[in-house]
Write a protein that binds this ligand. Structure first.
Ligand code: ATP
Length: 327
């Protein structure tokens, strides 16, 4: 089966073709880069409108045969962007006369890690711009075992970097600056399995305003946020009895986060899988891969029922494409 995937929840106008016989994934992405500030929903949607046709054309021209289904990111994400992508996907499915698959973007972050790792039933730490949560499978769904009580991990970092005058996205800049910094103490907030980033983000801005070098604040920010994520991931492994961890989302590209997770996994005798960078930040490859699994399980959607859902949670999705899943 060959599936065209289309992604456009926030900044990445992306299309991919996945062939489940060869396991090849071709991805074409055109990123939205704000001139100043963070992601502006209207501008991002305009970017989708301009960029989706050409990324789709490029992906289709790389396909080695006919397309059997069109999969699209149905949510969660920015409503104006999702609407453009949904419209494009419906039009393409109808003109190609193939089925349509509505994919949950956060489940796709998990499934691409699971698919590439070959793990049986991993716990997944998803850390992206707008989201931060730990998922684990139980009784037919990926349950949210722990999550941020306020802002996503990347958004917290990006708000700090906007404050210091750096351009979007801030994550890679904080990573670079942190290498030259000394650790400074910032608020560490974990409540049970949930965590919070808004206090640390305000404290980081305040420390910078008080004259603490930006490299030191960056170091403190990374060490503290990633320690929180590592603690909750470890507890999720312990409570579920699982020994496999995968990561998803753009923040998971951070090498210090990977190092902390690997150290924790090694100490527990667990395995960590970090997907290729092209599958970590938003990308249509993960939409096409999960789209193929869902289409094979008959999880297609009629055009009239294919509305987008900006707040689509991963635990709303019945996992019907993995029939042999343990409870
Ligand atoms: P989602 O809809 O999945 O929440 P998103 O558009 O919010 O997606 P992603 O594409 O998954 O986010 O990730 C983008 C975020 O990743 C940005 O906030 C960016 O600053 C952050 N990021 C990218 N590289 C790094 C890095 N090396 N270290 C830390 N954060 C990073």
């Amino acid at each position: 089966m060959r599936v065209l995937g289309i992604e456009g929840t926030a900044w990445a106008a992306s299309a991919a073709v996945y062939d489940n016989e060869t396991d090849d994934v071709f991805i074409e992405t055109d990123p939205y880069q704000p001139e100043s500030g963070g992601i502006h929903p209207r501008e991002a949607a305009e970017h989708m409108r301009e960029a989706i046709p050409s990324v789709v054309e490029t992906a289709l021209s790389a396909a080695t045969g006919p397309i059997d289904a069109v999969a699209f990111s149905r949510g969660p994400g920015l409503g104006p962007c999702l609407r453009v992508v949904g419209t494009a996907a419906r039009a393409l499915a109808q003109s190609l006369d193939v089925s349509l698959v509505g994919v949950n973007h956060m489940v796709a972050h998990l499934e691409i890690g699971r698919h590439r790792s070959g793990f049986d039933s991993p716990v997944c730490l998803n850390v992206s711009g707008a989201n931060a949560h730990v998922l684990g499978y139980r009784n037919g769904r990926y349950r949210v075992l722990g999550e941020t009580m306020d802002t996503g991990a990347g958004n917290a970092i990006d708000k700090f970097t906007r404050h210091v005058g750096w351009t979007h996205p801030g994550g890679p800049k904080v990573e670079e600056a942190a290498n030259d910094g000394e650790y400074v103490d910032l608020p560490y907030v974990v409540k049970g399995m949930d965590f919070s980033f808004s206090g640390i983000m305000s404290a980081a801005k305040q420390a910078y305003d008080d004259g603490v070098p930006v490299e030191d604040v960056s170091r403190g920010l990374q060490e503290t946020m990633f320690a929180m994520l590592t603690e909750v991931s470890e507890r999720a492994l312990s409570l579920t009895g699982r020994d496999e961890l995968v990561v998803g989302g753009g923040v998971a590209q951070n090498e210090r986060l990977q190092e902390m997770l690997r150290e924790m996994a090694d100490q527990r005798g667990a395995n960590l899988h970090v997907p290729d960078p092209r599958f970590l930040g938003d990308n249509a490859g993960m939409i096409a891969v999960l789209g193929a699994m869902m289409a094979a399980a008959g999880e297609t959607v009629a055009v009239e029922d294919s509305g987008i859902d900006a707040d689509y949670r991963p635990d709303q999705v019945p996992v019907t494409w993995r029939p042999g899943e343990p409870p």
